[in-house]
Design a protein around this ligand. Structure first.
Ligand code: EPU
Length: 419
């Protein structure tokens, strides 16, 4: 089993380059199934979720080639068959549910195992299903899988009852080749939604309004191949920004879209860190006297739920009381037990974590309970005294490209070991 070992106490300094966005690429790779011809997708991060998607497309008959050195994926799905994607691969990740939207869109039929992914309590897909039904599909769902089929898919109006990234994306994917106009209201506005719309439009789709509350999709006959580059990962960038502040460091985070980082930058500044924005880079400088703050996670442009554990790790050593309220998921505090093992003083009341800053954390053996919880305990390890051993790092590998190497490049004493 691989582990990460961190010896804390070093201030991070230097430059780090952010990779392509996980939550964009996990939608854009399945979207290639809708395209006739070769898609060349650039800035694809080398993460486990990408490897699983490549294996799924390969198993379905796509011609797919991923060059890790150039971060470029070439994929031609012309020969993909209307078959069930391998369930054992689908269950390895959450975003495999986008296969329902694309297979329905292309073949008018999808039979896909229920997805896996991080465990945040209940993760329903009722809004996805409502969207498919509005387009004319019959959808049945059992404990194992989802089956959707339609004679024809026709554009319609859909109003989402909850702002859902996954439902917004899945309905877009099912609608791009449907007849007529689909209007989706109360949609998610995350940068990866805009990135998917830009990819689809680059391939010939007609998607308008991504990044606002209403997306309008006018169905087209076909999509054809082309080249597209994935946006930088907002959450990876935020993880390095918080780590820089937490270690009292001075780090230039390169290849970011500063606009996407506004909620994180604002909170770091409120805590007392210096955040300097350039065109495509952000410098974060931590200060000795940081202040406690309150945070509520919200859909974009609010403070991202995927930055919640990293922020809590930092706040755990800032004097005073901070309150962090989870506004997206029912349950996303599993990692807090791990921080408590390291000496953090945190109490969870419902959806709010009340953090009383301690003077220091102490290295311990802790688990990566999920992807971002894993990033949170890595940051805790960087600031703790002594050695922190992080187990179950498969969760981190799902979504961070070379996290350990990147922290090492910033001067951290961190390594992966295989035992
Ligand atoms: N929801 C419903 N019904 C639905 C769909 C969602 O009630 O049909 C609820 C969820 O239970 C949740 C809320 O709506 O309370 C938001 O869920 P959303 O659908 O937006 O989440 P998701 O699409 O499953 C994506 C990211 C997550 C990120 C959330 C919120 C991907 C692959 N995953 O999940 O990323 O936390 O949006 O921004 O894009 C991560 O990267 O670590 C991660 C978990």
């Amino acid at each position: 089993m691989e582990k990460i070992i961190v010896r804390g106490g070093r201030s991070l300094s230097g430059e780090v380059t952010v990779s392509g966005a996980k939550n964009a690429v996990v939608a854009i790779i399945p979207a290639a199934i809708l395209v006739k011809g070769t898609c060349v997708i650039e800035n694809v991060p080398d993460i486990e979720d990408v490897r699983v998607l490549v294996d799924i497309l390969d198993a379905m008959g796509a011609d797919v080639c991923y060059d890790r050195l150039t971060s470029t994926l070439k994929v031609d799905c012309s020969n993909v068959k209307a078959e069930t994607p391998p369930a054992h691969l689908v269950r390895k990740m959450r975003a495999s549910y986008y296969l329902i939207g694309v297979l329905l869109g292309r073949f008018k039929r999808a039979d896909v195992a229920l997805p896996g992914g991080c465990n945040f309590g209940s993760r329903p897909i009722d809004q996805h299903i409502r969207g498919f039904e509005a387009l004319g599909a019959d959808v049945t769902c059992n404990e194992e899988s989802v089956t959707a089929q339609a004679e024809n898919l026709s554009g319609n109006s859909v109003y989402l009852d909850v702002v859902s990234v996954g439902a917004t994306i899945n309905i877009m994917l099912a609608a791009v080749l449907a007849k007529g106009v689909t209007t989706i209201e109360n949609v998610a506005k995350e940068p990866h939604i805009v990135d998917l719309a830009n990819f689809l439009n680059a391939m010939g789709a007609n998607v308008k309004g991504a990044g606002t509350d209403v997306i309008k999709i006018t169905g087209v006959e076909t999509l054809s191949g082309g080249t597209y580059s994935i946006i930088p990962d907002q959450i990876e960038a935020g993880t390095f920004m918080v780590a820089a502040a937490a270690t009292g460091g001075n780090v230039l985070v390169k290849n970011v879209i500063p606009k996407h980082m506004e909620a994180v930058s604002a909170k770091l500044m409120e805590m007392g860190a210096d955040v300097l924005e350039y065109d495509t880079d952000i410098r974060v400088i931590g200060n000795k006297d940081m202040r406690s703050v309150n945070i509520k996670t919200l859909p974009y442009p609010g403070f991202p739920t995927d930055m919640q554990p990293q922020a809590v790790a930092l706040l755990s050593v800032i004097e005073g009381e901070s309150r962090v309220t989870e506004g997206v998921w029912d349950s996303r505090f599993q990692y807090i037990e791990e921080l408590k093992k390291m000496g953090a003083d945190i109490e969870v009341n419902g959806r709010t974590a009340v953090i009383k800053g301690v003077s220091h954390l102490v290295g311990q053996t802790v688990r990566a309970t999920d992807l971002r919880g894993g990033a949170g305990v890595v940051i805790a390890g960087l600031i703790a005294s002594g050695e922190t051993v992080i187990t179950e790092i498969k969760h981190i590998d799902r979504g961070y490209e070379r996290l350990v190497d990147k922290f090492k490049g910033l001067g951290a004493d961190i390594k992966r070991v295989c035992e």
